[in-house]
Design a protein around this ligand. Structure first.
Ligand code: NCD
Length: 308
């Protein structure tokens, strides 16, 4: 039986193309499971997973928890606001305390880039990175590619533009790695101030004219402005940003072709995307959320099979 090449999911950077295909094939199976009337399988009855979130999250946390429960794992949740971290405990001490309660896997979201990588070197559990600062968010990129594959048949050869705050977005970086690995063409689009200086070195094109980018692509992934990671202004006003880099129905209908619209959520309606576009038939935003559970079940299942 095939298995993943890695013991942790720390970033897409550490995966190969075969890993991604294996995750997708496993997710196909779990997607079928979660659409049955009995949505649960006993696969991970002997596995305990801790979800530790040092940063806010709604859908990612819910999605991981649902995935774990549908695999029949035992689940414990930990959020930094109610923890001893506030009393000065270090990350390793916090996690080692959790692990001494016989936890096999840790799903962690943390504001510092590299937090998951650091942890994986110091604790024995399998680590899944659920977002580390502005660095990577691997399960989001996997569910994004999986949703493109579902809508368009394949990711290879497709043209994908990622629009918005590329500089502060972990979704952007993980998507760039995942899409390139599968042979898609990628462009980023946004105000110059929100595009990292040497982004072309990752093999992506740069476009600052949204209409030109949309006319080029098959898929547009619209990102939220990460205000929580900004300490200065990167553009004059939200109104101006939305005029230049927001997508609305008029713009969508003026394009040469019908493109697919994605968004990782949470959406700021009327800023990067209008309600009409978000709720249109060209949008696959809710499919992304649904696929998130199947993808996370696949990742957890494949990593757990390496523990046993
Ligand atoms: C993303 C994140 O947290 O990085 N959201 C998510 O995981 N659903 C994107 C964002 O917050 O804009």
């Amino acid at each position: 039986m095939s298995e993943l090449s890695v013991p942790h999911l720390l970033g897409i950077k550490y995966l190969n193309e075969k890993d991604i295909q294996l995750i997708f094939e496993t997710a196909d199976h779990f997607k079928e499971v979660i659409n049955r009337s009995i949505k649960k399988v006993p696969s991970l009855r002997d596995i305990t997973i801790a979800n530790i979130f040092f940063e806010n999250s709604t859908r990612t946390k819910l999605s991981f928890e649902l995935a774990e429960k549908r695999l029949s794992a035992d689940v414990v949740n930990f959020s930094a606001a109610q923890s001893s971290v506030k009393k000065g405990e270090t990350l390793i001490d916090t996690v080692n305390n959790i692990l001494s309660m016989k936890v096999d896997m840790v799903v962690m979201r943390h504001p510092n880039p590299g937090a998951g990588i650091f942890l994986s070197k110091h604790v024995s559990a399998s680590i899944i990175n659920a977002g580390d600062g502005a660095h990577e968010h691997p399960t989001q990129a996997l569910l994004d590619s999986y949703s493109i594959r579902e809508r368009l048949g394949d990711v290879g050869g497709k043209k994908v533009v990622i629009v918005g705050d590329i500089l502060h977005s972990r979704v952007a970086l993980s998507n760039i790695f995942a899409l390139k690995l599968q042979g898609a063409e990628v462009k980023v689009c946004g105000p110059r101030t929100l595009l990292p200086k040497h982004i072309e070195s990752l093999g992506v094109g740069v476009e600052t004219d949204l209409k030109a980018a949309l006319n080029w692509c098959d898929v547009a992934n619209m990102l939220r402005i990460q205000n929580e990671r900004m300490d200065i202004s990167y553009f004059p006003s939200t109104r101006e940003y939305s005029q230049q880099f927001g997508i609305n129905k008029k713009l969508l209908d003026s394009l040469d072709k019908e493109i697919v619209i994605m968004h990782p959520g949470p959406i700021n309606r009327g800023v990067e995307i209008t309600s009409e576009v978000a709720d249109s038939s060209q949008s696959i935003i809710l499919n992304q959320v649904e696929n998130g559970v199947a993808i996370r079940m696949a990742v957890i299942y494949l990593l757990a099979s390496k523990i046993k």
